[in-house]
Design a protein around this ligand. Sequence first.
Ligand code: URA
Length: 193
Amino acid sequence: MDKIEEINKLNEEILKCTRCPLYQFKKNYVPGDGDPNSKIMFIGEAPGRDEDIQGKPFVGKAGQVLTENIRNILNIDRKNVFITNVVKCRPPNNREPKEEEIKACSIWLEKQLEIIKPDIIVTLGHYSTKWIFEYFGLKFNSIMKDRGKIYKVNRWGKEVKIIPTLHPASTLYHKEWREFFDNDFKLIKSILN
Ligand code: URA
């Protein structure tokens, strides 16, 4: 099976998930979107309102910021990267995901990583950075301390680079953070070949 087939098969399982209560409140599962053959994978927190309606990650206002930087700074169309979240169902009223929801949902992100085996993982904000750092045995401090640097781990018989950045939504509330977000994308660009 190739990666596309494997991800499609995994999506069928995700679309039946009842591992935590969030499935009862959602409109649509939001498993992930884009190209499983991509070398680069973006991981956010959890779907919001627009994502819940469309069943796709990062299609609302925060998604516009992310999509813009993927296009304008990385010069890549977003359909050519893989984008997902730690949690695949929208928490009611966009509240933060609970520890037990993240735990229950983790199996899906783990399986996605094991299929895609990306060379570069970009974590967007606190939740995904903490999750990925724990998964790869790195010490998480805080998103502000850890962002904007390249962390190298050995996995899947190769060097994998992790670059944490801010959550794009945070740049909408704190306009002055957009510069950090843009600079982190320039760092990502510098390691893309
Ligand atoms: N915020 C996220 O973390 N993920 C989305 O898909 C949308 C907004």
